[in-house]
Design a protein around this ligand. Structure first.
Ligand code: HEM
Length: 160
């Protein structure tokens, strides 16, 4: 029973991480392509809130349910697929944390532009492209974790 509850929560967490991440990226991109500061500001406000409510919750709970699952099933955290997943998880976090800050900054810059009826400043465009670039390694790492979790390749080497 504990196993199924943990696994249920873990898989829901995985869906929230990938789903919210992909959704946020899509809506931000669409708002940016529209080019209207007021729309970008509104979307960025919602995106920042969604990241705090959903992504942050899943980010915090995923390793907890994952480690408890490993304990429950009897896997070692040094098993290659788990150890690499933890490394990739840290990689995702290292790209996601600055992205949250960038979204807040883009929101503030777009709000200011909308209030002054001015075009988006160069700082906004620089941030947008950095935000765009950071999304790729973060997304690739999450997809790789999904693969490792589902395939659970045995004898995957890890430095230990
Ligand atoms: C960060 C540390 C993590 C640890 C220690 C961990 C651990 C585990 C363990 C032990 C299982 C297997 C449970 C079983 O044998 O039934 C599992 C399954 C799973 N994990 Fe993780 N996990 C972690 C992170 C993640 C992340 C970040 C994702 C995706 C975003 C993820 C997605 C999944 C999925 C989809 C399954 C189900 C796979 C299946 O049953 O085929 N995990 N995880």
């Amino acid at each position: 029973m504990t196993y199924f509850i943990l696994k249920f929560l873990h898989v829901i967490g995985a869906a929230v991480l990938l789903g919210t991440g992909a959704g946020i990226a899509f809506f931000m991109l669409m708002a940016h392509l529209g080019g209207k500061p007021a729309v970008i500001a509104g979307v960025a406000r919602t995106v920042v809130l969604a990241d705090f409510l959903f992504t942050a919750t899943a980010v915090a709970t995923q390793p907890i349910t994952g480690i408890l699952l490993a304990y429950e099933v009897g896997y070692s955290l040094r098993d290659g697929w788990i150890a690499w997943s933890i490394v990739l998880y840290l990689v995702t976090g290292a790209f996601w944390l600055p992205v949250v800050w960038m979204q807040m900054r883009m929101r503030t810059l777009a709000e200011a532009a909308a209030q002054q009826d001015a075009p988006l400043p160069p700082a906004y465009h620089r941030l947008f492209w950095l935000w765009f670039a950071f999304g790729f390694p973060a997304f690739a790492a999450v997809v790789a974790i999904f693969w490792l979790m589902v395939a659970r390749p045995q004898n995957l080497p890890f430095f230990s």
